[in-house]
Design a protein around this ligand. Structure first.
Ligand SMILES: [Cu+2]
Length: 487
């Protein structure tokens, strides 16, 4: 759950000193902190609707090397999809069939995983669907998800962290009739804004090479600058009273505690798998790597605003960095927006009694011994990921309870492929309203047990597995991942 702000650090941040300590390295400029003086217009990723061919919505995606100018005058080598850094926002609709033609123009292997989707294991894009340099991989599947904000990213065995860091990720928007009928802000790039939240560590020459120290491999790789949609120090011009933000935590390791500087309330309308049953009013939202949230923010008071992330406290507190994220600049006249609907989607009440069995997943971190020295040692039920080992065989259509226990000092966002699940409880308590919807990633805090109700409804394949793993990408790469098949 969101933590209360640490007053000491907030004061420190407002003094403008924090970002200098955290951000400015050598020649690169320091931004923010002292006021709402963000320098760069927020980039809005191009919207890619694909092309309908024989009833299938087809997308062409090119994995490529690129050069990005995060800082004026500095050329930063990056990787992207149809661009220099990150990818387009792919838009598709519930019920239709898509085909994604992914061509690897890089000089190394890669994969592209469709995070949040129910789909055949052969189309999942995990470590088993490697795309060699020069090859094109063309998975096709039906969109079974509700209206939601999903994403895609590299998932190459042992290399996910470095490849996502370089830029191999992007957002997906799924539409459906239920969401279309609701009066939510929905004009893309105007009052419906995609927001890929990341942080990157820049050297004084402007490069952001992936060089992880032992501490980075343990704690997860974090940056000295926040980067939103690939923009450093971004601002957004607001032209409507209400704006929907589609938040995606695409960071390698940072868990953002999102809030506005003036502590204004906002409405949470959707999580990983789509709309909640009703909006939830919040002043803070804790968003872990892999998670998405759709919020509606009201700017009708005419006051400029700043979205920020508040640092965490205690053991593992550094997982949540203190960052100025996005400045909102209001036009003099805001176009009116309708009220946020009181009722959103219909979701069944999760029925724990429907579960046929319970599986347990114990997440453990290494001590400072040999495992860590070798770059591994992160385990689930005592074992590191092995691509040749199937850890679980699950029957299609049978509900199960998965108990995820975090025995270590850091929070782990536990992600399961090929499903949207429901959280039954965390540390014995029912989920907060903000976590009561459809989820594919659950943040398990230190010492906590999270129980989820999970089912795989659609596809079977006795040979090809799906993954479950920690979405701190360094932990995933260091072994905190396992495999299951659905039969
Ligand atoms: Cu982890």
């Amino acid at each position: 759950m969101p933590r209360m702000p640490n007053p000491t650090r907030r004061t420190f941040l407002r003094s403008g000193a924090a970002l200098c300590a955290l951000g400015s390295l050598g020649g690169l400029p320091a931004f923010g902190a002292a006021g709402f003086n963000h320098k760069n217009r927020l980039a809005i990723p191009p919207l890619d609707l694909g092309e309908i061919k024989d009833g299938t919505r087809e997308f062409g995606l090119q994995l490529q090397h690129g050069i990005s100018e995060f800082f004026a005058g500095y050329e930063t080598p990056t990787k992207g999809i149809n661009g220099a850094y990150l990818g387009p926002v792919l838009r598709m609709r519930h019920g239709e069939t898509v085909r994604l033609n992914v061509t690897n123009n890089l000089d190394h292997d890669s994969t592209l995983h469709w995070h949040g989707f129910n789909l055949p294991a052969s189309a999942d894009g995990g470590p088993h669907q490697v795309i060699r340099p020069g090859d094109t991989w063309s998975p096709s599947f039906e969109i079974r998800e509700r209206a939601a904000t999903m994403w895609f990213h590299s998932h190459l065995m042992g290399q996910t962290a470095a490849q996502v860091w370089a830029g191999l990720a992007g957002m997906v928007i799924i539409d459906d009739d239920t969401a279309d009928a609701l009066d939510l802000p929905s004009e893309y790039g105007v009052d419906d804004i995609p927001l890929v939240l990341q942080d990157r560590r820049f050297s004084r020459d402007g490069s952001m090479a992936y060089k992880s120290s032992m501490h980075d491999r343990m704690a997860g790789m974090q940056g000295n600058y926040p980067v939103l949609n690939g923009t450093i120090s971004p601002y957004l011009e607001v032209s409507h009273e209400k704006v929907r933000l589609r938040l995606l935590n695409g960071a390698n390791a940072s868990i953002y505690n999102l809030t506005f500087r003036d502590e204004r309330t906002f409405q949470l309308v959707g999580t990983d798998g789509g709309l909640l049953t009703a909006p939830v009013e919040l002043t803070q939202l804790r968003l872990a790597p892999g998670e998405r949230a759709e919020i509606v923010v009201d700017f009708s008071d005419g006051a400029p605003a700043l979205l920020e992330s508040i640092g965490g406290r205690g053991m593992g507190g550094e997982q949540s960095p203190t960052f100025d994220l996005l400045e909102f600049r209001l036009k003099a006249q805001l176009a009116p927006s309708p009220q946020v609907p009181e009722k959103l989607a219909d979701l069944p009440v999760p029925d724990a009694d429907s579960a046929m069995r319970t599986r347990r997943f114990l997440l453990e971190m290494p001590g400072m011994g040999m495992g860590m020295m070798m770059g591994g040692g992160f385990t689930i039920n005592g074992e590191e990921m092995d691509m040749a080992r199937i850890d679980h065989v699950v029957k299609r259509g049978e509900a199960e309870i998965w108990e995820i226990e975090n025995a270590g000092p850091m929070a782990h966002p536990f992600h399961v492929h090929n499903t949207q699940f429901r959280i039954l409880d965390k540390a014995g308590r029912p989920p907060a309203p903000a976590e009561a919807g459809l989820k594919d990633t659950v943040l398990v805090e230190p010492g906590e047990v999270a129980r989820i109700l999970i089912r795989f409804d659609h596809y079977t394949d006795p040979d090809r597995p799906y993954m479950y793993h920690c979405h701190i990408l360094e932990h995933e790469d260091a072994g905190m991942m396992g495999q299951f098949t659905v039969v």
